[in-house]
Design a protein around this ligand. Structure first.
Ligand code: NAP
Length: 289
């Protein structure tokens, strides 16, 4: 650890709960490796205390902070500016403080898109199918649209609390970007079959299959899998969900959500420090399989 001095810049995570987070390890180790005079701390802050926390940290000239559940949406109203992705998504997971001006970013989508590249794939100009319409799905769909994915098929339950919000996202993508987004109902099995058959990549962006419910999979029809389909999951606990296991058994290439987590952090790190996170060292230390 670099000694804390009178010059040390503060970065932080605001959420509840936060004690389990890997972010302090990944950021503090990166600061140490690069000799940067920064520190990253976790604060248990919920929706009730968020405004006071943000005002207080701004008054203390914090360099920036991450937001996790339940603060990613509410923080938007406390900021001065939003990045194009954060505006499209309506949620922020990273804030940069430039002398009292707070700018909100969403690095979850950037993190996912980087994890696709890291796994050796290029999905620009291609179609993808995304299961889910929550926070992770929204961030990924918006970033995929911004990064040149050609078509995004989004599947959600008609009863989802995110249905209307996703209809708006789809409309925004279709009217402002050269990408075609389509929202389908999960129950529409014919549409799912057609969408997956046209897609280069199928993603689970729901919490289905996450520990402790490891026997569940968002896809019940394993006949959808074909060997040239890339299949990925935002979940990293367990490392291999039932969804990924069944896809792999059918010959698909698969990867989990671990490096999405790494790269969303790396992008926040870059926004705060202007430097690249030493991802190889951080991967080896905290993200080994
Ligand atoms: P969220 O906003 O609560 O969204 C959850 C999504 O899952 C919703 O679309 C929800 O649909 C769907 N869902 C849940 N149970 C379902 C079921 N039984 N059948 C069909 N759909 C179901 O949560 P989130 O923040 O997007 O997180 C989703 C997952 O992503 C979590 O496992 C989280 O750990 C993971 N995640 C990973 C990273 C990473 O860096 N790798 C980052 C963020 C999140 P309804 O609205 O219909 O309930």
């Amino acid at each position: 650890m670099i000694p804390i001095t009178g010059h040390t810049r503060l970065t932080a995570l605001l959420g509840s709960p936060v004690a389990h987070s890997i972010s302090p390890m990944m950021h503090n180790e990166s600061f140490r490796l690069l000799g940067l005079d920064y520190v990253y701390l976790c604060f248990d802050v919920n929706e009730t205390s968020l405004t006071a926390a943000v005002e207080g940290l701004k008054a203390c000239n914090i360099r920036g902070f991450n937001l996790t559940m339940p603060n990613k949406n509410k923080v938007v109203e406390l900021l001065d500016e939003l990045s194009p992705a954060a505006r499209l998504i309506g949620a922020v997971n990273t804030v940069v403080n430039d002398d009292g001006k707070l700018t909100g970013y969403n690095t979850d989508g950037v993190g996912y898109m980087q994890s696709v590249k890291d796994a050796g794939y290029d999905i620009t100009g291609k179609a993808i199918t995304v299961m889910g319409a929550g926070g992770a799905a929204t961030a990924i769909c918006a970033q995929a649209a911004l990064d040149g994915v050609e078509t995004i098929h989004i599947f959600a339950r008609r009863t989802s609390r995110f249905w209307e919000r996703t209809e708006k996202l789809v409309e925004n993508i279709n009217t402002t970007l050269p990408c075609r987004a389509v929202l389908h109902e999960n129950e529409d099995k014919k549409a799912l079959k057609e969408a997956v058959s046209q897609s280069a990549l199928l993603l689970n962006a729901t919490s289905v299959g996450m520990a402790p419910n490891i026997d569940a999979s968002i896809v019940s029809d394993t006949a959808l899998y074909r060997p040239d389909l890339i299949v990925s999951d935002v979940i990293y606990n367990p490392r291999e969900t039932r969804f990924l296991r069944e896809a792999k058994e059918a010959g698909c290439r698969t990867f989990n959500g671990m490096y999405m987590l790494l790269y969303q952090g790396a992008e926040a790190f870059r926004l705060w420090t202007g430097q690249d996170m030493p991802v190889q060292e951080i991967k080896a230390k905290y993200f080994s399989e």
